[in-house]
Design a protein around this ligand. Structure first.
Ligand code: COA
Length: 260
């Protein structure tokens, strides 16, 4: 499908999605969000895609936030709709992706950009990356999950400080806080993400999708993470991947998972 604001490229089992509005530092406008929704839905449906790497075009920005120009004159109702549509169409969609999504943070990840990276399962940052939630400086608050996911990732106290000061931190500081999993030289960013993917693709896609579900369940209102783990652990026993994984172990050979 042709997109105007993102680029998609499939390399073996990995789908690379690149936000492609470098002249606006890859700011998330409505059209970009809608294309991200379409690209992720297509990736979920495509059996050949086993992992997704999300990044921003150019060397300056991953995503510099929601498109400020687009929402500057919104009403209360439009603001609420912008947030709830974004949650449903992109941020929750990515968080609940059955396939691991890795954010390759290649520069500024501010506001909606950091929120996008936080919705991903794994974050790898370039040494040049800068991250923050500057919304209160615009008279608004993070609206794409930032108040919740930042606290989940780095703890309430540090999240509160980052949000109320609008501080922008560098990659080393983000690593120290546990906001990103790895920091690498800019030229090694995609290679590091691909190295992580190379481990993912030798494992059971079904088990991975159940694992993501269970980890997420512990952070969702009204869900019991332990109950989800018990249910999904049990469900694994009904899969071909489980038969293959255990048989391969007992036969002392590498498993060849079908993803069923
Ligand atoms: N929304 C809309 N446009 C944005 C944007 C955003 N979040 N972030 C950057 N842009 C646009 C700029 O308006 C500019 O467009 P123009 O060339 O048509 O004027 C272009 O991207 C380049 O940005 P610019 O501000 O000139 O680059 P810079 O190097 O001087 O500053 C930043 C970089 C990231 C510090 C600065 O762009 C910034 O503060 N962006 C907003 C960050 C933010 O508050 N995000 C949260 C939004 S909720």
């Amino acid at each position: 499908m042709p997109y105007e604001n993102i680029l998609t490229q499939q390399k073996n089992a990995t789908l690379h999605i690149t936000i492609n509005r470098a002249s606006k530092l890859n700011a998330l406008n409505k059209a970009t969000l809608s294309e991200l929704n379409a690209a992720f839905q297509a990736a979920f449906a495509d059996e050949e895609v086993r992992a997704i790497i999300l990044t921003g075009d150019g060397t300056k920005a991953f995503v510099a936030g929601a498109d400020i120009a687009e929402f500057a004159d919104f009403s209360v109702a439009q603001g609420a709709a912008l947030s709830s549509d974004g949650h449903a169409q992109v941020f929750n969609l990515i968080e609940n992706s059955p396939k691991p999504v890795i954010a390759a943070i290649n520069g500024f990840a501010l506001g909606g950009g950091l929120e996008l990276a936080m919705a991903c399962h794994i974050r790898v940052a370039s040494e040049t990356a800068k991250m923050g939630l500057p919304e209160v400086g615009l008279g608004v608050i993070p609206g794409y999950g930032g108040t919740q996911r930042l606290a989940q990732l780095i703890g309430k106290g540090r999240a509160m400080e980052m949000i109320v000061t609008a501080d922008i931190i560098n990659a080393a500081e983000a690593y120290r806080m546990g906001l990103v999993n790895h920091v690498v030289a800019p030229e090694n960013l995609l290679a590091k993400c691909e190295e992580i993917v190379s481990k993912i693709i030798t494992k059971s896609p079904v088990a991975i999708s159940y694992a993501i579900k269970s980890v997420n369940a512990g952070f969702e209102e009204g869900q019991n993470g332990y109950a989800s783990e018990i249910e999904n652990f049990g469900a694994c026993f009904g899969t071909k991947d489980f038969k293959e994984g255990t048989t391969a172990f007992l036969e002392k050979r590498k498993a060849n998972f079908s993803g069923n």
